[in-house]
Ligand binder design. Structure first.
Ligand code: GLC
Length: 546
């Protein structure tokens, strides 16, 4: 650790705000920065340490803001730079750190650099900042290689040259509105140093780095033999992928770490969908990022043996490089865990569920497992991520009409994959207000399910049995008992299908596998994910002091 660093991030609970859907002050149906500022006190009261905001930068919103047209300004949809400053000031007043998203793999096609690339000839300096190539075949009408977009369809789009003739192709690992940068170009490196400093100077406490396993592509852009899971959002195709997890990407993170180290207490957190965990741990070596989202944990089914294994592996692999383990169950790209853990179908990351999914998850089972899984996660040592709305026990929204769906995945796969809209529906704050208090006008960019009235925050806040109360209690106990810095030890003498461990003075019991339960052990019950008697029933987690 250098003299500039403290280690707040090693134990932090970081709450992800999805700005479009958190709180809308302007009334246009899309959440905004002023809305966030007005609700920060409720997050401080929840007991979190930091917030991470998904992108709010200038963007045509083709991928909900992950298509950035100007990396150093706020989109008018979300407000202004002054609104950002006011939000950071209020968050800091409340003792909350602020992490912002940075999207370095690609820009929007509306970015000034890409527009000038389109207006410039093949081989020009302007095109060299992106990945333009001639097509294959006599007339160049075939894409330069066989790479596929994460959102479906080819990863290449052909441009029309300024003289009106069909021209070169450009690479986009995501939507065709998201051209990939060429990270071997020095101007790209320099520009992102500037972007980092811009937000650090404005008081950001760190960055969540989008697609941190992308950026560098294999020399010569070779074809790739896709395996069955090749289309998954995470790019878990394995070591042979020519566009994920290339060794050269680590040089970029070392460079970024030295920029961030110019400031005190700031962090980098990697969104790196790589497996196994031993490989992901490379992203958090001491001179690279501080944290990486533990997607192996997120993807683990609700099964005792699998959970124990991933917890052991996470602690071992992250600590081998001196990093804390992180834990995460939900985010804006996956089916909410209160639904996902009750799904019996295989649901790869990013594919989503909708009205024609069979079978649909059972809502009650999902909520019960979701609460049990959260109570288990929040007792683990290290840093944890919470995604907005999970503290209300929100399920995935399923009945979204096709015409309202906005995730490019839905359109690019002609509706075959529902995509991620179901986890992005605006939050319910007050049961009786228009749009459940999300916006003053009642507008909401995605429709909110009627059943969400009972899940609104005002319905839960004073109910000691609510999901919100369980989150608040778990976070308070986690802090009071220093669980995040604790050392955990498995409790072995438990029935099959139960996950149990001791951390500090606290013993945690989760009845996970179907039918698994156990007699309530001796001790003071500190927390229970569901009401219990003298038995811990299936799909329930209990914390005891013993
Ligand atoms: C990341 C984001 C996702 C986005 C993609 C492209 O995976 O989490 O929402 O669509 O990157 O930027």
């Amino acid at each position: 650790m250098t003299s500039h660093e403290s280690s707040w991030w090693r134990t932090a609970v970081i709450y992800q705000i999805y700005p479009r859907s958190f709180a809308d002050a302007s009334g246009d149906g899309v959440g905004d920065l002023r809305g966030i500022t007005s609700r920060l006190d409720s997050l401080a009261a929840l007991g979190i340490d930091a917030i991470w905001l998904s992108p709010f930068y200038v963007s045509p919103q083709k991928d909900a803001g992950y298509d950035v047209a100007d990396f150093t300004d706020v989109d008018p949809l979300f407000g202004t730079l002054d609104d950002f400053d006011a939000m950071v000031a209020r968050a800091h007043e409340l003792g909350l750190r602020v992490i912002v998203d940075i999207v370095p793999n690609h820009s929007s096609d509306q970015h000034a650099w890409f527009q000038s690339a389109l207006a410039s000839p093949p081989g020009s300096v302007e095109r060299a900042r992106y990945i333009f190539r001639d097509g294959l075949g006599p007339d160049g009408s075939q894409p330069p290689n066989n790479w596929e977009s994460v959102f479906g369809g080819p990863a290449w789009t052909r441009v029309t040259e300024p003289d009106g003739t069909p021209g070169q192709w450009f690479l986009h690992l995501f939507d065709s509105s998201q051209p990939d940068f060429d990270w071997s170009h020095p101007e790209v490196l320099e520009e992102f140093d500037r972007v980092l400093r811009f937000w650090l100077d404005r008081g950001a406490d760190g960055f969540r780095v989008d697609v941190a396993h992308g950026l560098v592509k294999a020399d010569g852009l070779p074809d790739f033999s896709y395996s069955d899971d090749a289309h998954s959002m995470g790019g878990v195709e394995g070591p042979s992928s020519p566009y994920w997890a290339q060794d050269g990407v680590h040089d970029i993170w070392r460079r970024w770490r030295s920029v961030v180290n110019e400031y005190a207490d700031r962090i980098l957190a990697a969104e790196a969908w790589v497996v196994p965990l031993s490989r992901m741990a490379k992203w958090v070596r001491p001179d690279e990022m501080h944290q990486a989202f533990n997607f192996a944990y997120l993807e683990t089914p609700w099964e005792a043996a699998a959970l124990k294994q991933v917890i052991d592996e996470s602690l071992a692999e992250f600590s081998a490089v001196g990093a804390p383990s992180t834990w995460v169950l939900s985010n804006h790209d996956v089916v909410r865990h209160s639904s996902r853990l009750a799904l019996t179908i295989d649901n790869p990351q990013g594919h989503g569920i909708g009205p024609s999914t069979t079978p649909l998850p059972d809502t009650a089972v999902g909520l019960q497992r979701g609460r049990a899984a959260t109570a288990l996660m929040l007792a683990l040592p290290g840093s944890a991520y919470i995604y907005q709305g999970e503290e209300l026990g929100l399920p995935e929204a399923i009945e979204i009409p096709d015409e309202a769906r906005q995730d490019p995945t839905f359109a690019r796969t002609a509706g075959e994959r529902y995509g991620r809209d179901g986890c992005r529906v605006p939050l319910p704050w007050n049961a009786d207000a228009p749009a459940y208090g999300f916006s003053p006008t009642g507008d909401s960019w995605l429709p909110q399910p009627e059943q969400w009235a009972t899940l609104a925050r005002d319905q839960q806040i004073d109910d000691p049995t609510s999901t919100l109360s369980m989150y608040r209690l778990a976070l308070a106990l986690r802090r009071e008992n220093d669980l995040a810095t604790g050392t955990m030890q498995w409790i072995e003498d438990v029935p099959d299908g139960v996950v149990a461990f001791r951390i500090g003075d606290v013993s945690v019991y989760s009845a996970v596998d179907p039918g698994a339960s156990l007699a309530l052990p001796d001790g003071e019950v500190l927390l229970s994910s569901m009401p219990i008697t003298d038995t811990i029933p299936p799909d329930t987690t209990v914390w005891l002091r013993s």
